[in-house]
Write a protein that binds this ligand. Structure first.
Ligand SMILES: Cc1cc2nc3c(=O)[nH]c(=O)nc-3n(C[C@H](O)[C@H](O)[C@H](O)COP(=O)(O)OP(=O)(O)OC[C@H]3O[C@@H](n4cnc5c(N)ncnc54)[C@H](O)[C@@H]3O)c2cc1C
Length: 410
C-alpha cells in the first residue's frame, strides 16, 4: 500500500502530465493538482497559434538534444525515461492522433490545442487527480521530521495542503524575485532572461521591404561564436524567422548582457564565400549584356536584390560584364555579411519561453528531485531548460513530468 500524497503546483502542461502519469503508474497514490488561476492549461491553449505544437518528429534522442540551448546534457538522461516516441504513442493511445508538418513540427490532426487540453483534463479527472483552482501557493514549509507528511503548502487564500512529495510545475517567470517561493528552500535560481525573440533594427529602408523572405539565410552575431541558418523574414521592425529565432535562443543570455545592442551579420544564402563567388560570377558571366538592375539571383527576391545592390553601391545601370572587381567584391560582402545594428527585441508571438529557472546542477536528471531538498521535484519550464521553436519545449515538459512520475511511483 502506497500512502503517498503528491501535490503538484501548477496546472499547465507539465503539471497535468506529472499528475496523470503518477496516477497511471501508481493508482493508489493520492495526487492533488493546484492552480493559482481559475483557468487550467492556459498557455497550452494559446500555444502554436492555437494549434499546440505537441512535439517535434525527431526520434533520435541524441539529435533531439541539439535543439536545446539550455538543458542539453541534463536531458540526455531524462530522454531515456520519456522521449518523442513515447509522447506520440501516449497521445495516440489516448485518442489524439498527431500529424507531422514539413518542418517536423507535430500537431493534433484537429489542428486545435483544445483537443490536447481536453484530453489532459478528462484523463486527470478519470484517474482521480484532485484539482484545486484559484489557489496560489505562497510558501512551502517543511514539516517536523518525525511526522508522515514532509511539506505544508500554504495558499494566498489562507488554506493549505499537506504533502509527502511536492512537484514544482509553476512554469517560467520573467523576474528572479518571482522564484522566491522556491529559492527560500535553498534551491538556486539561474536569473531568467527571454528567449525566442525577433531583432529590432532601426533601418527604414529595411522596414520598407517587410514581407520579403529568403528560404535559407545565415545569421552571425559579431562576438558570438556560432552561426545559425534557416528561413529569414524582413518585418516592419527588423528581422524574424527561424534563423533569427534560433540565434535569439542560443545567444539569449549573451544578447541580454549587451542590452540587445549588437551587430548581426546576415548571409542571404546558405553558401560559403567560395560558393557565393562562384554563384555570382556564373550568374554575371551568363548574362554579360544585362543591366545589373535586371540580374536575377536564385533564392533572392527582386526587392531584396535591389536593397543589396543599394547597400553595395552597385551601379545598377552598368552591364554585368562591365562590373569592376571592386564592385563585385562589395556585392559579395553584402551578400555574405550584411551588417545590421540591433537595438532591442520583439517577442515572437507564436511561441516564447524563459531561459533560466531552477539550476540544473541541483536536480537529479533521472528523477527531477532536488539534490539539496529531497521530496521536492520540478518539471517543465521552471527548470533552466528551453528549446528552440518547433515543439521542443512541450517535449521537455512531457519528459521531465514523466520522469517525476516514474520516480514517485517507484
Ligand atoms: C504564446 C506561446 C506559445 C507557445 N507555443 C509553443 C509551441 O508551439 N511549442 C512548444 O514546445 N512550446 C510552446 N510554448 C512554450 C510552452 O507553452 C511552455 O514551455 C509550456 O507550456 C511549459 O509548461 P509548464 O507546465 O512548465 O508551465 P506553464 O504552462 O506556464 O504552467 C504553469 C502553471 O503554474 C501555475 N502557477 C504558477 N505559480 C503558481 C503558484 N504559486 N501556485 C499555483 N499555481 C501556480 C500557472 O498559473 C500555470 O498555470 C509556447 C509558449 C507561449 C507563451
Amino acid at each position: 500500500m502506497n500512502n503517498k500524497r503528491v501535490v503538484v503546483i501548477g496546472a499547465g502542461a507539465s503539471g497535468y502530465f506529472a499528475a496523470i502519469r503518477t496516477k497511471e503508474l501508481s493508482p493508489e497514490t493520492e495526487v492533488v493538482l493546484l492552480e493559482k488561476t481559475g483557468k487550467t492549461l492556459a498557455k497550452l491553449r494559446i500555444s502554436g497559434g492555437g494549434r499546440c505544437n505537441v512535439t517535434h518528429n525527431c526520434l533520435s534522442n541524441s539529435e533531439l538534444l541539439n535543439y536545446y540551448p539550455r538543458g542539453r546534457s541534463f536531458l540526455k538522461k531524462t530522454f531515456n525515461h520519456w522521449n518523442v516516441k513515447d509522447t506520440i504513442d501516449w497521445f495516440e493511445k489516448n485518442g489524439v492522433e498527431l500529424k507531422t508538418e514539413v518542418d517536423g513540427r507535430m500537431f493534433p490532426i484537429t489542428d486545435s490545442s483544445e483537443t490536447v487540453a481536453q484530453l489532459l483534463e478528462w484523463k486527470a479527472k478519470k484517474l482521480g487527480v484532485q484539482l484545486i483552482t484559484n489557489s496560489s501557493v505562497v510558501t512551502i514549509v517543511p514539516m517536523p521530521k518525525e511526522g508522515y507528511y514532509r511539506w505544508q503548502l500554504n495558499f494566498n487564500t489562507g488554506g493549505s495542503e499537506l504533502a509527502t512529495d511536492v512537484v514544482l510545475a509553476v512554469g517560467g517567470f520573467t523576474k528572479e524575485s518571482q522564484y522566491n517561493m522556491i529559492s527560500v528552500l535553498g534551491i538556486d535560481i539561474v536569473p531568467p532572461v527571454p528567449s525566442l525573440f525577433t531583432f529590432n533594427i532601426p533601418d527604414e529602408t529595411l522596414h520598407a521591404m517587410h514581407g520579403v523572405s529568403v528560404p535559407d539565410a545565415k545569421v552571425k552575431m559579431v562576438g558570438f561564436p556560432e552561426t545559425y541558418n534557416g528561413p529569414l523574414l524582413v518585418t516592419h521592425w527588423g528581422i524574424s524567422g527561424p534563423a533569427v529565432l534560433k540565434t535569439s535562443a542560443w545567444a539569449a543570455r549573451w544578447m541580454n548582457e549587451k542590452a540587445y545592442v549588437t551587430t548581426a551579420l546576415v548571409s542571404w544564402l546558405n553558401l560559403n564565400e567560395e560558393q557565393m563567388r562562384v554563384m555570382l560570377n556564373d550568374t554575371l558571366l551568363s548574362n554579360p549584356k544585362k543591366l545589373m538592375s535586371n540580374i536575377v539571383i536564385d533564392g533572392i527576391p527582386r526587392r531584396l536584390w535591389d536593397y543589396i545592390m543599394s547597400r553595395a553601391e552597385t551601379p545598377i545601370t552598368k552591364m554585368a560584364a562591365d562590373l569592376s572587381k571592386y564592385e563585385f567584391n562589395k556585392l559579395i560582402e553584402n551578400l555574405l555579411r550584411m551588417p545590421f545594428q540591433t537595438d532591442g527585441r520583439t517577442m515572437f508571438k507564436e511561441e516564447f519561453v524563459t531561459a533560466g529557472g531552477i539550476d540544473l546542477a541541483q536536480v537529479n536528471p533521472n528523477t527531477m528531485e532536488m539534490k539539496v531538498v529531497p521530496g521536492i521535484y520540478a518539471t517543465g519550464e521552471v527548470l533552466d531548460i528551453d528549446g528552440v521553436t518547433g515543439g521542443f519545449n512541450f517535449q521537455a515538459a512531457w519528459s521531465t513530468a514523466a520522469a517525476v512520475a516514474k520516480a514517485i511511483a517507484n
